[in-house]
Design a protein around this ligand. Structure first.
Ligand code: SF4
Length: 124
């Protein structure tokens, strides 16, 4: 198999360096260019082998001072599972009060990632 070059933007910081990643025929990263720091190289390798994103959304809340609460994944989740995670989150109807960081779904969709509340939300 032949060498392949993938290009994407590093999202590890606001600088947004343009990365050029060279893969060998087996899909292994052989070179990374365009990164301004080591985090860019680590991001490039992760993006090629196991792309992940922080999932963020809102959930319905019963008995709270607000009807919805922002939530997010505690750690980045596999990009391929984001739609499955969105479906699971859509089923939630949590009860106030909530505390920031409170786990609402443990190990969502078998990803080893927890879904947590992004803010405190008091009960009525
Ligand atoms: S390579 Fe380094 S400096 Fe460039 S966007 Fe990524 S983290 Fe920021």
């Amino acid at each position: 198999m032949s060498e392949e070059i993938k290009k994407f933007i590093c999202v590890s910081c606001p600088l947004g360096c343009g990365l050029s990643v060279t893969l060998d025929g087996q899909g292994e990263v052989t070179n990374v260019e365009g990164n301004s720091c080591p985090r860019g190289k680590a991001y490039a390798e992760s993006e090629v082998k196991d792309p992940r994103r922080v999932f963020a959304s809102t959930v319905r809340v019963s008995g709270g001072k607000l009807p919805v609460c922002p939530i997010r994944s505690k750690t980045p989740a596999p990009k391929t599972k984001l739609f499955d995670i969105a479906r699971e989150v859509a089923k939630l109807d949590v009860k106030a009060p909530l505390e920031i960081g409170q786990v609402l779904i443990h190990n969502v969709c078998g990803t080893d990632v927890d879904i947590v509340a992004s803010r405190d939300l008091a009960a009525i």
